[in-house]
Design a protein around this ligand. Structure first.
Ligand SMILES: Nc1nc2c(c(=O)[nH]1)N[C@H]1C(S)=C(S)[C@@H](COP(=O)(O)O)O[C@H]1N2
Ligand SMILES: [Mo]
Length: 202
């Protein structure tokens, strides 16, 4: 539940430089994967794991066995649009981190989608209490173009940090830039600090 939901829309605070729109727009690079059977969808967790060299695989059905929850959150695209009060249903990313923990020194994670899209996130952002591997949006399963069967949402970061068609993550021992971070976008991407572009890092 977002803290501000009880306020009228015109009293709500949104991150600097954002304008409100009523609905999610479809925004992504490349094609929408065809997913005939979500049972066949797999996710992998590897890299600098707590158990060196360990790789974990999870099927969609196994992800569904984690505790299910909802997170109500505003959604901020770095292009400047915000959609208020999305209800995301799914599994908290921190529960998956607890099941497949990183090595102690890990600070960054590369999150992957189908077809190679990836985004860098700080482990602390991925483990934050409202970061969710979402299978549902406003009570319905995700539409194909919005990430079916599962996408990551980290509400306080710009939404490019949340891959649709989520395929897993890699714990990094050295920081590395993902798809947009390599193309001029900010390494950490906190919407409340307006961290849009890589030139702001210096
Ligand atoms: N796999 C994948 N996920 C992605 C992207 C992408 O290009 N590929 N774009 C990101 C960006 S920039 C935004 S704004 C949101 C858009 O989500 P929506 O299409 O559900 O509105 O998805 C994010 N996740
Ligand atoms: Mo975006």
């Amino acid at each position: 539940m977002s803290d501000e939901e009880h306020l009228e829309a015109d009293q709500r605070v949104t991150p600097p430089g954002q304008r409100r729109v009523d609905e999610l727009r479809v925004r992504h690079y490349g094609p929408v994967p065809r997913v005939p059977k979500p049972e066949a969808w797999t996710m992998s967790f590897w890299g600098a794991s707590a158990v060196p060299g360990h790789r974990d695989d999870l099927t969609f059905a196994q992800l569904m066995e984690f505790p299910q929850t909802t997170v109500t959150a505003d959604f901020h695209c770095a292009g400047g649009t915000t959609v208020l009060d999305n209800v995301w249903g799914g599994v908290l990313a921190r529960d998956v981190i607890d099941a497949f923990p990183p090595a102690d020194e890990v600070e960054h994670v590369m999150v992957y989608a189908q077809y190679g899209y990836c985004a860098t996130v700080r482990l602390g952002d991925l483990a934050s209490p409202r970061a969710i591997l979402a299978t549902h949006h406003n009570g319905e399963p995700l539409a194909p173009e919005h990430g079916y069967p599962v996408r990551l949402v980290i509400p306080h970061l710009y939404s490019w940090k949340g891959p649709k068609w989520f395929r897993g993550w890699e714990y990094l021992d050295e920081p590395r830039r993902g798809f947009w971070e390599e193309r001029g976008y900010h390494f950490t991407g906190d919407a409340w600090r307006e961290e849009r572009f890589s030139y702001q890092e210096h």
